[in-house]
Design a protein around this ligand. Sequence first.
Ligand code: SF4
Length: 383
Amino acid sequence: MSATEQTDVAALKAEIVAQAKAAGFDDVGFSPADLSEETQQKFQHWLDQGAHGDMAWMEETRERRASPTALWPDVKSVIVLAMNYGPDGDPLETLQQPDKANISVYARNRDYHDLVKKRLKRIARWLVEETGCELKVFVDTAPILEKPVAAGSSLGWQGKHTNLVSNELGSWFFIGSIFTDMALPPDQPHGDQCGSCHACLDACPTDAFPNPYELDARRCISYLTIEHKGHIAPEFRKPMANRIYGCDDCLAACPWNKFARAASEISLKPRESLTSPDLRELLALDDAAFRAFFAGSPVKRIGRDRFLRNVLIAAGNSGDETLLPHVTAHLDDASELVRAMAVWALGQLAAPKDVERARVEYGDQETDRDVKAEWACLPSLPR
Ligand code: SF4
């Protein structure tokens, strides 16, 4: 590349950064379109081990996901954009309130996908007008290994918890990407700055990190509460405490968050009703009320049954016996996912004689194998 071309490209990159900042992004990086052989192999090994749990789409898109060029052969560069959603208080405060539900910080307002995609498209339109390039924009839903791709830029590095860490934004930011057929020189990658720290690994309530930089999704509370469609295994129920949607413990533990700042984007600021909702109110939501309460929020996408499964586990962990009427109201729920966790929560909160009474009324009528197994785990009194 000639000196003039280099100057032109540097000016274009500076203009892309300026446009991105004007569109509300907090940082921008430029990555190569290929992932290293080592990164690709690590991903294949992770899938081979089944660590993705029942996220079948990961397996189905294995080939395309391996590298940006496998998804779109014409891509030459990836522009990675970060949008800060930093909390403005202690993100783990609700964990100290067992009668409340803890929702992951990113889900305490509107679904970020629409917002980030809209902003990406604004930059994309400008870039096409300016250069005539071909491009594609992505936010989280396409088969891309977004974190390793982003770690190829100056944006940040993949921490030992496998999420991206920035020494300007900490860990609280969404990533969007623009794939382009323009060859933009990549940044000098940020490089790993975890050092000897292991705070995130120690903070995980379910030991979901078999090794630093490795996540076993099957043990991760975010996966269990959001992606996992089936029953939640008994070993995870107590550690879940009142986390009903996602988990922030590994992110919150990271010392780089001392540089994090509260989100300035209004639709990413926490909605009060979603910051620490009462378990009692959540247990009373029927399907229509659930949809209305979580309108526009990512929580809505897990559906009422999985949601209630999670809330019943939180109720069982609350130690609050006054929740019992709201728990027993679900012992004859139409969903076996809900019934099973109503039985478990009953066992956590009720006195043995009340368990027996419920067993006669509901347990003896139960036909589902898994729910019957939950009943069988409760200690029984002689009749
Ligand atoms: S908590 Fe420590 S080990 Fe984990 S990502 Fe942050 S700096 Fe790295």
